[in-house]
Design a protein around this ligand. Structure first.
Ligand code: ATP
Ligand code: MG
Length: 224
């Protein structure tokens, strides 16, 4: 599937509010299918809003990502976007990683199919596609229409860099998990047990603490 001897690293960016088995299954399936040396999870910094809602403070999201990935020896978590001062763009993260790995390494950017077309609206998308191979997770048997559109939207050289992988857990979403917690429904078996316990212990996503998502968070605020 790739040239022998070249390092191959996967990265998975996200809000991870919270991280769930959809993310984890996709990362592990990509690692196995593309022979990735490791997959680096990169929680986003604190955007003031995402889809008109306040995103949970970065430290909570980072800690949940660490908890969720701790049992997989191939998984790492990076603080680079959380700690970056000023606006944080994926393309900057990829450039940072490219500098660290050198020109020969292959960087696989792992994303859900829903985010594939969004990618064209990000900062300097062509540069992302020049630097990376793209892995788009799709539901088994349903290659998304968006995927074809993306291939048409990008130059031929980049189109060869777009791969798909079928993931059975694609129906899980962070928004559904937040909704479930807020309405008292179970989230067991949708997130790792450690994440479930951390959400309950920290009272995340309950109505009374939604405003406590805060957006500007940090350890002092959490009294950890
Ligand atoms: P939200 O519901 O708040 O949008 P989300 O579940 O989509 O959250 P994100 O943190 O926004 O999670 O997603 C990070 C990355 O993981 C994106 O590339 C997204 O497409 C992908 N992703 C999200 N859910 C799944 C899933 N169930 N299977 C595979 N990939 C997923
Ligand atoms: Mg999403």
């Amino acid at each position: 599937m790739r040239a022998k001897g070249r390092r191959a690293i996967g990265i998975m960016g996200g809000t991870f509010d919270p991280i769930h088995f959809g993310h984890l299954v996709t990362a592990e399936a990509s690692r196995a299918a593309f022979g990735l040396e490791q997959v680096i999870f990169i929680p986003s910094g604190n955007p003031p809003h995402k889809h008109d809602r306040v995103v949970t403070a970065a430290e909570y999201r980072y800690l949940m990502t660490v908890l969720a990935t701790s049992t997989n020896p191939y998984f790492r978590v990076s603080r680079t976007e959380i700690d970056r001062v000023g606006p944080s763009y994926t393309v900057d993260t990829i450039e940072e990683l490219r500098d660290a790995l050198g020109p020969d390494a292959l960087i696989y950017f792992i994303t859900g199919a829903d985010a594939v077309m969004e990618l064209m609206t990000w900062n300097r998308p062509q540069e992302i596609l020049t630097q990376c191979e793209l892995i788009a997770a799709t539901r088994p048997g349903y290659p998304p229409a968006d995927f074809q559109r993306l291939r048409q939207a990008i130059p031929q050289v980049s189109a060869a860099r777009v791969h798909t992988i079928e993931v059975p857990a694609l129906a899980i979403s962070s928004s559904d998990i937040r909704r479930r917690v807020a309405s008292g429904e179970p989230i067991k078996y949708l997130v790792p047990e450690t994440v479930e316990q951390y959400i309950l212990k920290s009272s995340l996503y309950t109505r009374s603490t939604t405003a406590g998502g805060h957006g500007h968070g940090g350890l002092t605020e959490m009294w950890l």
